[in-house]
Design a protein around this ligand. Structure first.
Ligand SMILES: NC(=O)c1ccc[n+]([C@@H]2O[C@H](COP(=O)([O-])OP(=O)(O)OC[C@H]3O[C@@H](n4cnc5c(N)ncnc54)[C@H](O)[C@@H]3O)[C@@H](O)[C@H]2O)c1
Length: 442
């Protein structure tokens, strides 16, 4: 039996050992999914604390319950380790390491490259390697294939390589790793067949495409689509605000069109590990081909200018209340980039807080999901959350709603508040009764 058929056999009878490298937001649910589908799984991470926590039955990602982790590890089919020697035991290796941007918005492939370096020492014939980290078209072919070939192995015969992007939407109650269609692009037909078989054994639907480049570009297009449309919503907000027209009402009206319109919402700027960063993977690669992705750059300009816009609106609102930004106490509601989750990566709240401080204000934050701020890629605000209480809220000259956590949708919190700058339209549906605070859209 050749390598492909033998791997397909092991996938069908669930004896193929699946390695997942990088046990973060993407890798941990994926490792648990393969375990649930009946495969023996080894999760690899450079962080020993993660492996230890998982073996204690704990989850370090809030929306993945500890119960799910402890049940999976109790079944004994899954282990988590920092011992990369065990890569040789795996029949399929799925790479889910970070792909951030460098200081000049250039792709930082160092995590992928160090993973490939770890693998290169332990590669063997018969393995399937799938990259899941978001990246520019060409990465899979350029970074993953050569180390195998350097060992005299031939892709499609001795080993198999594919790209399959992750479409995780953390905290989404309807869509999760198992029921989100999985795009898979193999380097060659044999790679496509084994990668499709592996994912087909674990997820509801596999969408096979003709190459890893198509799969890589599809992922980027999905996120660029969001970044551009959010920028458009932000631009509409700023333009309509000048005209005294409420953008939120406009969007609600426009979305009643049953075709050809899809609502996107303005906010304080982009956050999360994906939408603010991924588009620049394509602009960077585009430059190599002498072409310029103008929409992406423009959307980036608009979205990154939003924290400054919010602070400007805050300063003007304070001014109308006879106060200057300098010396005012400002409470930012929400540090995570998205409602009801604890992920603060690239959150615009950090920049809002820094800009408030630059303007001489005393900034604090309230976020029930993040009791103490953590140093980020570019920011370290060094604060702890204040209590989510009416008494605390009343101590500040102005509140800036940055994240629409449900915890903030309690009218009594705002009883003694004078001014709220709202970037999420969180306040509009609240019945604050007469004498409530002035609400300023930003
Ligand atoms: N978070 C999301 O919602 C999401 C959605 C779609 C795609 N992605 C993409 O998936 C990839 C991973 O993102 P994430 O959010 O899971 O990141 P993460 O930071 O949550 O997790 C990455 C994990 O990899 C580990 N790691 C780092 N270097 C390693 C190495 N050399 N070997 C082994 N482990 C290593 C880290 O310790 C961490 O546990 C990125 O490319 C990201 O763009 C993320």
């Amino acid at each position: 039996m050749d390598q492909k058929d033998s791997l397909l056999d092991r996938i069908t009878n669930r004896t193929a050992r699946v390695g997942v490298i990088g046990l973060g937001y993407v890798g941990l649910p994926l490792a648990l999914l393969f375990e649930e589908a009946g495969f023996p799984v080894i999760g690899f991470d450079v962080d020993p604390a993660k492996a230890e926590a998982l073996h204690r039955g704990e989850s370090y990602i809030r929306h993945i319950g500890a119960e799910k982790v402890s049940q999976a590890f109790a079944r004994g089919r899954i282990v988590a380790t920092t011992d990369f020697d065990r890569l040789g035991e795996c029949d399929a290796v799925v790479i889910c390491v970070p792909t951030p941007l460098g200081r000049h918005r250039e792709p930082d492939l160092s995590f992928i490259r160090s993973t490939v370096a770890e693998m290169a020492q332990r590669l063997r014939a018969g393995q399937l390697v799938v990259l899941e980290s978001t990246t520019y078209p060409g990465t899979t072919r350029e970074e993953l294939v050569p180390p195998f070939e350097a060992r005299g192995l031939e892709c499609g015969t001795d080993f198999f390589v594919a790209f399959s992007p992750e479409r995780e939407d953390p905290g989404n109650p309807r869509f999760h790793t198992q029921n989100i269609p999985k795009v898979v692009g193999g380097i060659d037909p044999a790679s496509q067949e084994v990668a499709t078989a592996l994912y087909g054994a674990a997820v509801a639907e596999v969408v096979a495409v003709s190459s890893p480049e198509v799969a890589e570009a599809a992922k980027l297009f999905e996120n660029i689509f969001r970044a551009v449309n959010i920028a458009l919503a932000n631009e509409m907000k700023m333009v309509l605000d000048r005209m005294g027209v409420n953008v939120w009402e406009v969007i609600e009206a426009a979305r009643t069109k049953p075709f050809g319109f899809m609502p996107f919402y303005p906010g304080p700027g982009l956050g999360g590990h994906c939408i603010p960063l991924d588009p620049f993977y394509l602009t960077w690669k585009a430059a190599e081909y002498g072409t310029w992705a103008r929409f992406i750059e423009l959307a980036g300009d608009i979205n990154t200018s939003m924290p400054a816009y919010v602070v400007d609106r805050t300063a003007k609102a304070l001014n109308r209340h006879g106060k200057s930004l300098k010396g005012s106490r400002v409470l930012v509601l929400g540090l995570s980039y998205k409602a009801n989750i604890d992920d603060d990566r690239e959150s615009p709240s950090f920049e809002i807080i820094e800009k408030l401080r630059e303007g001489g204000a005393t900034a604090a934050y309230c976020d029930p999901y993040i009791p103490v701020s953590r140093p980020g890629r570019e920011h370290d605000i060094g604060l702890a959350s204040v209590a989510c209480s009416g008494e605390e809220f009343a101590r500040h000259d102005v509140l800036v709603v940055a994240t629409a956590h449900d915890d903030f949708r309690v009218p009594s919190l705002y009883r003694d508040v004078r001014l709220v700058v709202d970037t999420r339209n969180l306040m509009a549906p609240l019945d604050l009764g007469p004498g409530g605070p002035e609400i300023v859209q930003a």
